[in-house]
Design a protein around this ligand. Structure first.
Ligand SMILES: Cc1ncc(COP(=O)(O)O)c(C=O)c1O
Length: 362
């Protein structure tokens, strides 16, 4: 069965000697290989103010800590995401305030966010869900007008673009995940990119218990408790090798995504998702809306292709019961959206087969 997600790993003959070299080098903790990956990732996203971390969740947490989000604060967020986007807000003690999504795209609706801003709002959490980029023109305007910072959760959108530039330097914080099923994986890993260079050093300390790596350990003075969020050299070297292939791999997702955009036009029962002005998706998952979704998924299964909605809406968890509110856009979207395989493992024959199956109907 053609899967919806599949990790890309660099060729064995390239990756394994590098892993072995570092594994037996005598230095496997955070060091040169980890920082080497950090330098290269900075170049990939075009933002020198970037830290690599153990996970996308750690990246989101560092964004919260940088903003001092805590009890009594509110963070406006989307229910259309994977759980860590919102559990991270919850574990700071802040309240998640749901804004509605645009029912045409499933992405946070800036008009709804505007209505939810109060004097307690500490941040707006955007998710470039499934690799589709949010309406950044409107969100940038909103952030400028209100002074509320934006955190872009770009766990699904490495290589997506806004105004022709790769996602990673537009908002105050952009968070990435290199977890096992993402477009580029280091097995587990993540990164946080800052707009304000002054925020990097404090966050770097929080990445390592609150200690300053530039000061000898015996002379270090912790002023704020930090975490163990740095990556080790094995993750670092995997990242360096993976990054050599990342653009080529992402380009395959994009090529398949564009193929579906063209080939699925005008098919009865299918509604394509429009992309916002000045944005270019990276198509981690191809997302569309269909009538009779259960029948659609069954038909795809019979064609040996996985099709499904991947994430459960976050606002239904008991953890968020105090945040419960009406979200008509989300209700509408959630009924009909579905993903089909779009990644590097989908070759031309497979994507044609998928389109033909959809054209035959369900
Ligand atoms: C939208 C989103 N945000 C954040 C995360 C957290 O990333 P990680 O698993 O690397 O902690 C994930 C993935 O798991 C995700 O899908």
């Amino acid at each position: 069965m053609l899967p919806l997600v599949k990790p890309y790993l660099s060729p064995r003959e390239e990756l394994m000697p590098e892993i072995e070299r570092v594994l037996y080098s005598g230095y496997i903790a955070e060091g040169e290989e980890a920082w080497g990956f950090e330098e290269q990732f900075k170049k990939f996203i075009g933002n020198p103010n970037t830290l690599v971390v153990q996970s996308g969740t750690a990246a989101l947490h560092l964004a919260m800590l940088s903003l001092n989000v805590g009890p009594g604060d509110e963070v406006i967020s989307t229910p259309m995401t994977a759980e860590p986007t919102n559990t991270t807000i919850a574990f700071t003690g802040a309240k998640v305030v749901w804004a509605d999504v645009d029912p045409a795209t499933g992405l946070l609706d800036p008009r709804s966010v505007r209505e939810k801003i109060t004097e307690r709002t500490k941040a707006i959490m955007l998710v470039h869900y499934a690799g589709m980029v949010c309406d950044m023109d409107e969100f940038n305007k909103l952030s400028e007008e209100t002074g509320v910072p934006i955190i872009e959760d770009s766990a699904h959108c490495m290589g997506g673009k806004y105004k022709g530039k790769v996602i990673g330097s537009n908002s105050q914080y952009t968070c990435f995940s290199f977890q096992a099923i993402k477009q580029m994986t280091t097995i587990d890993g993540g990164a946080i990119a800052f707009k304000n260079p002054d925020e990097v050093e404090p966050a770097r300390k929080l990445r390592w218990f609150g200690l300053d790596k530039k000061v000898p350990r015996l002379q270090n003075d912790i002023t704020r408790a930090g975490y163990k969020y740095g990556i080790n050299n094995i993750t670092g070297v995997i990242g360096q090798v993976q990054l050599r292939h990342a653009q080529e791999v992402i380009d395959k997702y994009i090529s398949n995504g564009k193929y579906y955009d063209e080939s699925l036009k005008g098919i009865p029962g299918v509604t394509l998702v429009p992309y916002y002005k000045s944005t270019e998706p990276s198509y981690w998952l191809y997302t569309l809306k269909v009538e009779n979704r259960d029948d659609f998924c069954k038909m795809m299964e019979e064609a040996d292709v996985t099709a499904s909605p991947l994430h459960h809406r976050s606002d239904t968890h008991s953890l968020f019961k105090e945040s419960k509110c009406e979200l008509p856009g989300m209700d509408e979207w959630y009924k009909s959206f579905v993903h089909i395989p779009c990644g590097w493992w989908v070759d031309e024959e497979s994507r044609e087969r998928i389109v033909e199956a959809i054209k035959r109907g369900w």
